[in-house]
Design a protein around this ligand. Structure first.
Ligand code: 5GP
Length: 185
C-alpha cells in the first residue's frame, strides 16, 4: 500500500481527533479519582491499545506501573475465530495489586473474557476493564466493562491503533474503510 492510499481508502470518519482527546481526558479523570491512594498496574493489550493507552495514562494523575500483554484473536481477517492466542505475558506480578486492563475495542468480548479469567487466577486485589470503543451489539461473552470511551455501530473500524491486516493503525482518528478495500485483501 502506498502512503497516499491510506486516506483515499476511507469511507467515513466515525470518531475525530477532538472527540478522541475529549473522551480520553474524561476517562483519565475518572480513573484518577477511583484509584487515588491505591497501587495501580495498567495492563495494555498489544497492539491495538497502544495509542489509547499512551494518551490515557498521561491523563491519569497518580503513580502507576505499566505492563503489556499480547493476544491474537483476529489474524488477518475482519472475522473473529473465537480462539484467543497468547503471544506475550506480563513482566510484573499483579498479586495483591489493583489491575486495570486497557483494550482498544470490545466486540464479542471473548478476548476480555479470556484475559479476565487468566488474570483473576493471579490474585490481584481488584481487576477492572477499560476500553476505548465498544460494539455492544456483537457481544457473545458476558464481560463487565468498567470504563468505556465510546460505542460504535457494528462495522469494522480502523485507526488510532486499530488495524486492518496490520495497516491503518497510525491514522489519528477512527474510520471505516471503503467496502472494496476489505474485499480485496
Ligand atoms: P473480541 O474478542 O471482543 O471479539 O475482539 C477484541 C479484539 O478484536 C480487539 O482487541 C481488536 O483487536 C479486534 N477487533 C474487534 N473489532 C474490531 C474492529 O472493528 N476493528 C479492528 N481493527 N479490530 C477489531
Amino acid at each position: 500500500m502506498k502512503n497516499t492510499d491510506m486516506e483515499q481508502n476511507i469511507k467515513e470518519v466515525l470518531v475525530d481527533e477532538e472527540t478522541i482527546a475529549r473522551t480520553v481526558k474524561e476517562l483519565g479523570k475518572q480513573i484518577t479519582e477511583d484509584y487515588k491512594g491505591k497501587e495501580l498496574i495498567v495492563v495494555g493489550i498489544l497492539k491495538g491499545a497502544i495509542m489509547f493507552l499512551s494518551d490515557l495514562v498521561r491523563e491519569v494523575k497518580i503513580p502507576l506501573i505499566l505492563d503489556f500483554m499480547s493476544v491474537s484473536s483476529y489474524g488477518d481477517s475482519t472475522q473473529t475465530s473465537g480462539a484467543v492466542r497468547f503471544l506475550k505475558d506480563l513482566e510484573v506480578s499483579i498479586e495483591g495489586k489493583h489491575v486495570l486492563i486497557v483494550e482498544d475495542i470490545v466486540d464479542t468480548g471473548l478476548t476480555f473474557n479470556y484475559l479476565l479469567d487468566n488474570l483473576r487466577s493471579r490474585k490481584p486485589a481488584s481487576l477492572k476493564t477499560c476500553t476505548f470503543l465498544d460494539k455492544p451489539s456483537r457481544r457473545k461473552a458476558d464481560v463487565q466493562v468498567d470504563y468505556k470511551g465510546l460505542e460504535v455501530p457494528d462495522e469494522f473500524v480502523v485507526g488510532y491503533g486499530l488495524d486492518f491486516a496490520e495497516e491503518y493503525r497510525n491514522l489519528p482518528y477512527i474510520a471505516v474503510l471503503k467496502p472494496e478495500v476489505y474485499e480485496n485483501k
